[in-house]
Ligand binder design. Sequence first.
Ligand code: HEC
Ligand code: HEC
Length: 427
Amino acid sequence: MNRVLSVVIFVVVSIGAAILLMPEQKQSISYTVASPEEGPLSLNRYCPPGFSQDDEGNCFFESMYANYTSIQGSGLGGLKDGLPEIRDGFNAKVIDLGRFLFFDPILSKDGVMSCATCHDPKKGFSDGIDRSFGVHGEKVARSSPSLWNVGFLDRLFWDARSNSLEEQAEGPLFAADEMGNSPEVLLKDMNANSTYSRLFIEAFEGRDGDMIELDQIVHALTAFQSTLVSFNSRYDQYALGYHEALNKNEIEGLNLFRSFVARCSECHTPPLFTNKQTAVIGTPITQGLPYDVGAEETYKEPTMRGAFKVPTLRNIAKSAPYMHAGQFSKLRDAVEFYNKGRGHAVPKDQTVRVHWHIWEPNLKQNEIDRLVDFLGTLTDESFMPKTPVQVPSGLAMVSSDEFQSKMMNKQTGKPQIAQSVVTTGKR
Ligand code: HEC
Ligand code: HEC
């Protein structure tokens, strides 16, 4: 490994470690380290912050949690549980290529939107509305999940219908109601773009004349998304030994979260804040939409009717509205849902088996507030990737706000966000 590279890696790793160890560090900060050569038309050959680099330029996730093991590798939710396996080992240049692709509208039909239009870094890699608008301005059935720490997941989509990021990416790209593209058009457009041709050859060490292939596009998107890690929150500082990182209210919230009364951590298990399973919690339906059967469809299993993926709660304060169809616009409402009685929101005409950890905790109003306080300590965007200044296609990047206002004008001229929620049964 050349010396410059070693120095850069050393700096990146030391800063990562320092953040986790530094007691006075309470706010998350952003870095420019590891992107010394940032420029729209060349690929960064250094790994993103939080990753170390080997001689071949491949990037490996580094975390203090590696010092903690968990029983049977699954974790019991204590402060000293380890993390599950992450997808890593991707080449730095491939990761950076994935970053350009993620922000580039060339991936969609007629170049109207990119992945980042629905997974906007400014909105916790979600899009701030209940259900996303697709390429034609119709709302899709579900809400856009945050992509923070998505590299740890092996069940993707709200109904867990995909098992890998590669498989997942083809969903939005070619779904008529999302990005609306086709493999033929996508590959034609990509191969007609000389900048991309050059960058793909550089990233994948191809030869002149090599054509861009779909699996390379999907691989690069996977590589980039796997680097969206967030483990420097105030909660992490607390869990890793700095007691003052959380205040009294937040510690009370953490204790409620872990308690056998609230039972949150049995599904939202630290440190990932998901046990990577699916569960039926009995969320309300959105007015005008048919009942979403969730994972029943995926597994062809009636007991999983209404089951959804347990989402991570990291950066949860950033990704409102909440639940699979954005049923709750405020975090407090999403938390209070658990206190309103088991199955209270399940439509009367539906028979679902609500998970046994969902029950009647009878939390006081101030305890609900403490849970919300605690969830706020899970915010950390210090490893936020840079939004490119310009994307290789030369198309203008499309933010979630721009796209949504265009789609809302197109429809009725009125905002459609935050539809009211139907709750049936007792409240
Ligand atoms: C039209 C808005 C939209 C666009 C564009 C879009 N997504 Fe999504 N994405 C969603 C929605 C909505 C879901 C949830 C769908 C579901 O669960 O049925 C989702 C789910 C995902 C998931 C699963 C996350 C999880 O935790 O289960 C990943 C990963 C993802 N998208 C990545 C991408 C990538 C990569 C692109 C670009 C190729 C992209 N998305 C483009 C809206 C979008
Ligand atoms: C039985 C497992 C289980 C338990 C226990 C549980 N959750 Fe959840 N949680 C889920 C599932 C599944 C979802 C997604 C449901 C949906 O979208 O319909 C969810 C969603 C959420 C969301 C919204 C996340 C997002 O990205 O939109 C929040 C916030 C949340 N839970 C907080 C809590 C809190 C606080 C507790 C304890 C009071 C708790 N959960 C207990 C399984 C659980």
